[in-house]
Design a binder for this molecule. Structure first.
Ligand SMILES: Cc1cc2nc3c(=O)[nH]c(=O)nc-3n(C[C@H](O)[C@H](O)[C@H](O)COP(=O)(O)OP(=O)(O)OC[C@H]3O[C@@H](n4cnc5c(N)ncnc54)[C@H](O)[C@@H]3O)c2cc1C
Length: 72
């Protein structure tokens, strides 16, 4: 692995997957689960983010539509 392999390392552990292999289905407009109302599948575990920033942005998107839904 050019650029990564070195004799100074004790263990090499390449990250082979950077985001969830599954997506929990959600309505693209309301961001709620397609069958369970008021459930907002969000960020990495739900399959909508792959890192810190994308998880945070997806959380903000869900909060925005939630606040719209309850008129805050
Ligand atoms: C070792 C490591 C290094 C990483 N380095 C980077 C990096 O350098 N840059 C980058 O962009 N991303 C990195 N990531 C990925 C990043 O951390 C995640 O993509 C991000 O934290 C996902 O955010 P999330 O809110 O979706 O999930 P999480 O941050 O995992 O939040 C899920 C939360 O749900 C809580 N929870 C779980 N089950 C329950 C339950 N039943 N009831 C209540 N609460 C529950 C957990 O305690 C947790 O607080 C790294 C990840 C790891 C593991």
């Amino acid at each position: 692995m050019p650029g990564f392999l070195t004799n100074d390392a004790i263990i090499h552990a390449p990250e082979t997957r950077t985001s969830s292999p599954i997506s929990i289905p959600r309505n693209p407009e309301t961001l709620q689960h397609v069958q369970i109302g008021n459930l907002y599948p969000c960020a990495e575990g739900a399959g909508y983010a792959g890192g810190i920033v994308s998880a945070a942005i997806d959380g903000m998107k869900c909060i925005d539509v939630l606040f719209l839904a309850i008129n805050i």
